[in-house]
Unconditional design. Structure first.
Length: 337
């Protein structure tokens, strides 16, 4: 599983045993390679010295090979040349295994494996995209996925909020399904909707008990941006939507949907779904945080300067929710829009 998830198969071929390599066709007709094991020839790496394939004479001396082994030597060398092209000997994971074969110290090996795997994850989040696609039965293009990843680091000046956006995207929060996988219990939704496969997509979007929360948000955002936003996960959760307006709108849109996700995680493990009022209160908190963290206000902080073009957010929200609950938010937007 780890080999597949981190695409290590090719990189680890050099530490595969020659006699048991299913891709090495000579094995199918010649059992002679198995007899080499008793002579100390195990992995392809064991046939090398300082990264170079040993000569036949050298192998004769080191491993007691016979003249009749010469043809096998040519076959295995040809296979090695193919593998060598795929191998990065400095790859952190390959290096751990190679060190082990060289009987080097295995001190801190767990930390090294973890660090090595993490370094791979930071460069490739495709496995996360695949999980969202599978759970939500949707398609996310590479271009959209890149945009989603980038917007987590662009949407705010606050480090904690950026980190939060990233955590939602990479599925950091533990769901009943994950818990059940480790503890063997049931993966039932904690909102008691009766769903027994409560994965990330269900908790964040698919659960019938969060439907009205997202529907309300959809209504507010569609009015706010004066456009008919698609009522779908990829728009309101992942933020895939081309507003076709100025950058400030995109920025505000990202902030508002991040606040929506925050409202959901604040009610993690709780039976009641979040409310629109909670969402508004989080938008206020973010606004305050933006003011504090962008001092002096950066050019990026459009929230401090303006909002979606051609709309009147204070009036829109005042009509909908009443002034009392929104004093802070209204003041904010009245002052800066
Ligand atoms: Zn549910």
């Amino acid at each position: 599983m780890i080999k597949d998830e981190y695409k290590l198969s090719n990189k680890l071929q050099i530490i595969q045993w020659c006699a048991y390599d299913p891709e090495f066709k000579a094995n199918a007709i010649d059992k002679g390679f198995k007899s080499w094991i008793s002579k100390g020839i195990t992995t392809y790496y064991s046939l090398t010295e300082k990264g170079q394939f040993k000569s036949f004479n050298r192998l004769k001396e080191d491993c007691d090979l016979d003249r009749t082994d010469f043809f096998r030597f040519l076959q295995v060398r040809s296979r090695f040349e193919h593998i060598r092209k795929e191998t990065d000997l400095n790859d952190p994971i390959s290096k751990i295994f190679i060190d082990a074969y060289q009987r080097k110290s295995n001190k801190g090996v767990i930390a090294r494996i973890y660090k090595g795997l993490l370094s791979k994850k930071s460069h490739n989040t495709d496995y996360v995209r695949t999980k969202w696609e599978r759970e939500g039965n949707l398609l996310i293009s590479e271009e959209d996925w890149l945009h989603i990843c980038q917007s987590q680091w662009k949407c705010t000046s606050s480090h904690s909020l950026r980190e939060f956006g990233w955590k939602c995207m990479v599925r950091f929060f533990i769901t009943p399904k994950q818990k059940a996988h480790f503890t063997g219990g049931e993966a039932t939704c904690w909102r008691q909707c009766g769903h027994r496969e409560a994965n990330h997509w269900h908790i964040f979007w698919g659960c019938p008990l969060v439907e009205s929360f997202w529907a309300e948000l959809h209504k507010v955002l569609s009015g706010l941006f004066n456009t008919n936003l698609p009522m779908q996960f990829s728009t309101l959760f992942l933020g895939i939507f081309d507003l076709q307006v100025r950058k400030a709108d995109e920025y505000l849109f990202d902030i508002l949907i991040t606040a929506g996700k925050k409202a959901l995680t604040r009610r993690w493990l709780l039976p009641d779904p979040p409310t629109t009022q909670e969402w508004i209160s989080i938008v206020n908190d973010i606004y305050l945080m933006e003011r504090i963290t962008s001092s002096p206000p950066s050019k990026k902080s459009h929230l401090l300067k303006g909002g979606p073009s051609g709309l009147n957010m204070p009036v829109l929200i005042r009509q909908k929710y009443g002034m009392g609950d929104l004093t802070m938010l209204l003041l904010t937007f009245i002052l800066f829009f």
